[in-house]
Structure formats: C-alpha cells, structure tokens
Design a protein around this ligand. Structure first.
Ligand code: NI
Length: 137
C-alpha cells in the first residue's frame, strides 16, 4: 500500500525572550542581540504538522485533517497561543525558547498523539524566513 504524507498548518502568536540562564548578561546580549531584550518580543508562528499513513480504501484519507487540527490545538496551540513562552508555558520552562527548542518540545508532546499514523515532521516558522524542522532524528 502506498504511504502518503499529509500536512496541516496551524497558527499561534506568542512572545518570548532568548536568554540562557547558564551564561552571563553580557554574553547573552552578544549572542542573542535584540532578541535578548529583557521584556521580550512577539512572533506570529506557523506550525506545519506532517503525518504519514496509507489512505483508507473507503474514505480515501490518511487522517481526517480536521481531527489532526483538533489534536494539535488541544495539545499545543491552546497551551502556547497568546502566551509569553518563557514564563507561561510549563513544558518550555528552563529552556532557551529558540525555534529549535520549541519544535523539539512540540515533537515530544505530539509524537504519540496520532494512533494509526506516524508523525514524521514538524516545521515551525518563527518568521516567514526563520524556520526550524524536526523529523525525530
Ligand atoms: Ni524572537
């Protein structure tokens, strides 16, 4: 049977500050620049969630994309939308909220949430030009 990849794109807005607790203030400013400003700044994030599976012979669907959307909204979007990622999101506490670390944290939450399908890729757009991808490797 053929394996088909399907993707749903979701959106959330959040603020954050790039700051590493293990580094001193000056080094943080050098590394992160404006992104280290104490009170943070915001992004309109886009998250693309890709799962793969065999299309159901009757419905023609790998997964109902409405169902995929609801799973991601329940487990991710509702917990991060309109928050300050550093302060408000329990599963990001203590991490530097780069797109890389955020996409890894999302993966660990979502990986087991699609029974019958395999999560194969998360793509997080911090801006239209800054993107982090994780494929479970
Ligand atoms: Ni930023």
């Amino acid at each position: 049977m053929p394996l088909v990849y399907v993707t749903r794109r979701l959106h959330f807005s959040a603020s954050h500050r790039l700051h590493c607790e293990q580094l001193d203030e000056e080094t943080n400013r050098e590394i992160y620049g404006l992104c280290n400003n104490p009170n943070g700044h915001g992004h309109n994030y886009e998250l693309e969630v890709t799962v793969r599976g065999e299309p159901d012979p009757l419905t023609g669907m790998v997964i109902d994309l409405k169902e995929l959307k609801e799973i991601v909204e329940q487990h991710i979007i509702s917990r991060v939308d309109h928050t300050h990622l550093n302060a408000d999101v329990d599963f990001l506490r203590g991490t530097v909220t780069t797109a890389e670390n955020i996409v890894l944290a999302f993966w660990h939450i979502l990986r087991e949430k699609f029974p019958g399908n395999e999560l194969v890729e998360l793509k997080l757009y911090e801006t239209p030009r800054n993107i982090a991808v994780y494929r479970g490797e």
